[in-house]
Design a protein around this ligand. Sequence first.
Ligand code: CU
Length: 357
Amino acid sequence: MTTHESRPSDVSRRTVLRGIAMTGAAGTLLATGGAPLGALDVHETVSRPVGVGRSGRVREYWLQIESFRHNLVPTGRDDMMGAAVTGSSYWAIGFRAYMPGWTTPLPDGDDIGTNSGIPGPTLRAHVGDTVRVHVRNSDSHYRWAHSFHVHGWRYTPDSDGAWTSTTNGQPGRAIAYGDDYTYSYTVPADAVGTWPYHDHAMAQTTDNDPNAAPVMELAAELGMFGIIAVTDHRTPAVDREFVLFFHDLYQADVSELSQDFDCFNGTAYLGNTPVFDARVGDRVRWRIAALGKEFHVFHLHGHRWSDGLRNVDSQLIGPSTTLTVEYTEDNPGAWLYHCHVTDHMAGGMVGAYHVTN
Ligand SMILES: [Cu+2]
């Protein structure tokens, strides 16, 4: 039995953004047929339902940090307000997944998601696994030092990836441009769930002004983040798994932007943000995370789920916290998901969710 974890329906748009020619209708799983099965442990998850993987494996991820031009609003339109949006392109930085040795980028897949860089690839592990993440810094635009810092997995200080002035020079805390580093983790039983990962190196500024104050985790604001999904033998199999990252960019930090943008997965405004699809009867899971300095409310129209204590249709999420939302789909229609903080809705945090019979 094969269970699809996700169907990134925004795949076509995202691949166009990356300038990589790929064919396939929106809503279909792209490129899994061409995936290098067996070359990477991570691809074994493709053919297996979520939550029934073998444990005790060594999983290897090869991530490259890359800088690239990125447009947060590729249509130039806000379909909620019916308004034009300009000034939404900037120099982004993101993590992309590669074949071993960083030879070639991995294709988009239902395990890692769209390998566009924002968010970075979804990293999956099973309780009992050992994970090694090889990170190469190819940030050719900014040429900043970067790091890779995870939540959820267990690590020693050598794999913390957190820079301070007093830890300067310690392994993995600030990988210089052109260098690489390998981080190692174990996945204990209490790691089951959804976690973020992100850059945690020194503060930076995008301005050349030497008096500009450096911004903590500016590289994460520019796109260096992603989601970690940890399962065990009790994790229910699902038919759809959606990854949704809440994040914000500020004109004060990125001067070429025309305004602040409140984003889902590197895009802002209805018509640009991811379109998620499901069918009635599907078991659905959303893995949701946030970074930055805002508190958000994940709200999904036409649906309710349990937060563990009560039934809800809205849940609060703040910097570095996550939500794992699960339900059985029972309500067909064209729905909205959005942040219920009104300023954030107006800044682009609105998307579409389509349920068919
Ligand atoms: Cu919000």
